[in-house]
Design a protein around this ligand. Structure first.
Ligand SMILES: CC(C)(COP(=O)(O)OP(=O)(O)OC[C@H]1O[C@@H](n2cnc3c(N)ncnc32)[C@H](O)[C@@H]1OP(=O)(O)O)[C@@H](O)C(=O)NCCC(=O)NCCS
Length: 184
């Protein structure tokens, strides 16, 4: 497998919607089972993600930053909405690394590039995210990167569709009040 130096990081454009939707749907299928319903994960998940990413990436948006990691094809991405919350700042809404490419430092690099983008904004803000409580790998990752657990809430249904949730699960909020600590 190639080393981290062989990876290419770049901003996503409208042509990337299909590849991002694919990785996103595959990652949800593998990692969100239990919290999201089997009917959704085995059914509409790709169609749902394709609609979301086609809309998001349709045109550049200065309030959004979507960074891709490529190694031949797409192997990871991080999506952030700047100035999302008056207190916590930018929302890291999605961070996913393809199976077979985990523990190579890809998410760490995506998070560092995200922090760089947040720090470069005219308004100094923090960075935060929500993670499913059941997602042990992601919690371990955010804790290893110095994220502070600051809140717990019921999981939000994907796309706002309640039937896509399995029972009641919880999500945790992690935050960095000073994202400069994440810079590479
Ligand atoms: C969470 C995720 C993004 C981490 O990506 P990654 O590229 O593997 O992370 P990195 O290689 O940068 O990991 C850095 C450190 O985080 C911690 N970490 C990462 N994955 C871990 C795991 N499965 N178990 C324990 N610690 C882990 C380790 O300290 C690791 O350092 P090490 O490999 O030297 O021990 C990845 O597992 C993933 O895509 N999961 C599925 C999607 C998801 O849950 N996204 C988060 C949504 S909120």
């Amino acid at each position: 497998m190639a080393h981290l130096e062989a990876l290419r990081f770049r901003l996503a454009g409208s042509d990337d919607a299909q590849a991002v939707a694919n990785l996103h749907a595959e990652s949800w299928r593998r990692n969100y089972r239990g919290a999201y319903s089997d009917a959704f994960l085995d059914g509409d998940v790709f169609t749902d993600r394709l609609a979301v990413w086609t809309e998001r990436l349709r045109e550049p948006d200065p309030r959004r930053c979507t960074i891709l990691a490529e190694d031949g094809g797409l192997v990871g991405f991080a999506n952030t909405f700047f100035d999302d919350d008056p207190t916590s700042g930018a929302l890291l809404d999605n961070l996913h690394v393809a199976d077979g490419h985990k523990r190579r430092g890809i998410a760490s690099r995506l998070l560092a590039l995200t922090a760089e983008a947040v720090v470069a904004r005219p308004e100094k803000t923090g960075l935060y995210l929500w993670v499913l409580e059941q997602n042990l790998a992601a919690k371990a990752f955010y804790e290893a990167r110095g994220g502070r657990r600051v809140d717990r809430a019921p999981t939000s249904p994907p796309g706002g569709v309640t039937s896509r949730l399995n029972g009641s699960s919880a999500k945790l909020r992690y935050a960095w009040s000073d994202p400069t600590v994440l810079l590479a």
